[in-house]
Each structure stands twice: as structure tokens, then as C-alpha cells.
Design a protein around this ligand. Structure first.
Ligand code: SF4
Length: 270
């Protein structure tokens, strides 16, 4: 990443929110990625807009001490349910992930959640770091290589079997709560749900979280995109994505739930 860009941004804070989350309640956000959005994916629905640095290279983006200082500065943490590592890209790209989760747990004493796009779960160092988190929500949007390219637009030669193998390995090692998070786009069909169910049976998560891109998407990078207090403003270039209806989302959830004995959750206001 560009260290210069990071240092020069006057509004950057690696602790943000709290963000109201239908999945986790009032969530304090920790951004281990920094001012330049960095991810191994460039999802069509990404709220961050077009990813500025698409990479699979792990590095220290934000010093652990900065996160520690910011966390200490806002304590005591009242009316916060969880602390979530997410922010400006893929948190498992942060080389100091294990240290960050460690200090978050120590300072906040709150449940810790990591939202990951699952692409780095093949790396044992990443899997070990994630074991410190109470909940890991691992992304699985695509059920074919074609969909992976269409929806997630991964960096380089990434493939779906490799990503699935990473999640499967993590499941075997991880004692915490593993959720599979899936963005349901308008291209879902009943046949897709069948393939998805087969994958879920293999991965054995504790929960499935179906989501929809209900919030407008920034087309270019804006720091406010990390939270959910967005205001549609002419000052921002935004795109409203086509969502499936509440009925379709509920029908997909029922189809999955009926096939496998794993809770399926989705936003009530979908
Ligand atoms: S994985 Fe997350 S941060 Fe990365 S491009 Fe997709 S939605 Fe954005």
C-alpha cells in the first residue's frame, strides 16, 4: 500500500462506529487495512467502491500500537455488543492480525468477530490467528468459477476449489462459531440453491447468513463506506444494486434450512 496516502488522510481512524448490524447487534468496527482499500477480491457489490489495491500479499497496514491507542482512548465501551474486524478490505491480509485480535480481546473484553472473504484460509498462519476470534463469518457467494469471476472478481489465479478447501480446513481446526456469509444476488436459481446446499454440507458451519446488497454502493473510495450511516448525497457517486425480494430470500432460506439442520439467518427488512 501507499504509506504516504495512509499518513496524509486527515480523517482516518482505525476504530469506527458503532455500526448497527442485523447479524451482530451494535458493533464497534476495527479497520486493520487502513486508508487505501485493499482486498484479494473486488466484489461487484462492495460498499467500498472499486478496490484500490487488489492483492493477496499480507503486510502490516496499520500498526498494532495505533489500534491499541485508539481503543484505549474510547474506553469504556458502553452499549456495544461485539467488536468486528472488517473495515477497508480483507482483514486477514493484515500480517499483525493475531496481535490485533489479541489486544482487542484484552482491552474490550467483548466478543470478537472477523469478517473474511475466505481467500486466505489456505494459510495456516491466518487460520491460527482467526482461532482467537469468537466468531468468524466466512464469505461464500459463488458456486462456480464463472460466478466467482462475475461476483467476486478475484485477484490472479484464485479458484473456487482452493477457497472451499481453505474453509473446510479452517472448520476442522476452529472451535468457535463459524458462519458462512453469502450475498444473494438476482442471479440465484433453485438449482443454484441445490449446489450451494451440497457445499454447505461439506463445510459444516454453525450458521448461514444470507445477505443482500441493500445499501447503496459507493463507486469510488469513501471512508464512510466502512459503516452503515450512509447518506445518499450528490457529493458521492453511488449505485443502487438490484436486490432479490424479501419473498425470494425467505424461500431460499427455507429451502436451505429444510435440507440441512443448520440455522439460516437473513435481514428482516430485506
Ligand atoms: S471481499 Fe469484502 S472488502 Fe473485498 S471486495 Fe468483496 S465486499 Fe469488498
Amino acid at each position: 500500500m501507499s504509506t504516504t496516502l495512509f499518513r496524509q488522510h486527515p480523517q482516518y481512524s482505525c476504530v469506527y462506529g458503532p455500526v448497527k448490524s442485523w447479524r451482530f447487534g451494535r458493533s464497534l468496527g476495527i479497520d486493520p487495512i487502513g486508508c487505501v482499500s485493499s482486498c484479494s477480491f473486488n466484489c461487484v457489490y462492495c460498499q467500498l467502491g472499486k478496490i484500490q489495491q487488489q492483492t493477496t500479499k499480507r503486510q502490516v497496514f496499520v500498526p498494532t500500537t495505533q489500534i491499541l491507542d485508539e481503543l484505549r482512548a474510547i474506553a469504556p465501551l458502553e452499549q456495544i455488543d461485539v467488536v468486528t474486524l472488517s473495515g477497508s478490505g480483507e482483514p486477514t491480509l493484515a500480517l499483525n492480525l493475531e496481535k490485533i485480535i489479541g489486544i482487542v480481546r484484552k482491552v474490550t473484553r467483548l466478543p470478537t468477530v472477523v469478517l473474511t472473504n475466505s481467500t486466505m484460509l489456505h494459510d495456516p498462519t491466518v487460520r491460527n490467528a482467526l482461532k482467537l476470534a469468537d466468531t468468524v463469518a466466512a464469505k461464500l457467494d459463488a458456486i462456480s468459477l464463472n460466478q466467482l469471476q462475475q461476483i467476486n472478481r478475484p485477484e490472479g489465479t484464485m479458484n473456487l476449489p482452493g477457497i472451499l478447501a481453505g474453509i473446510e480446513q479452517f472448520r476442522q481446526e476452529y472451535p468457535g462459531h463459524l458462519a458462512i456469509q453469502t450475498m444473494v444476488l438476482s442471479l440465484w436459481t433453485p438449482n443454484m440453491a441445490k449446489d450451494y446446499i451440497e457445499m454447505i454440507q461439506r463445510l459444516q458451519p454453525d450458521e448461514i447468513q444470507l445477505n443482500i446488497p441493500s445499501r447503496p454502493r459507493f463507486l469510488v473510495r469513501e471512508l464512510e463506506a466502512r459503516g452503515n450511516n450512509l447518506v445518499q448525497s450528490p457529493a458521492y457517486l453511488m449505485q443502487n444494486l438490484k436486490c432479490v425480494s424479501t419473498d425470494i430470500l425467505a424461500a431460499i432460506a427455507t429451502q436451505i434450512q429444510d435440507a440441512i439442520n443448520i440455522p439460516v439467518n437473513y435481514p428482516a427488512m430485506a
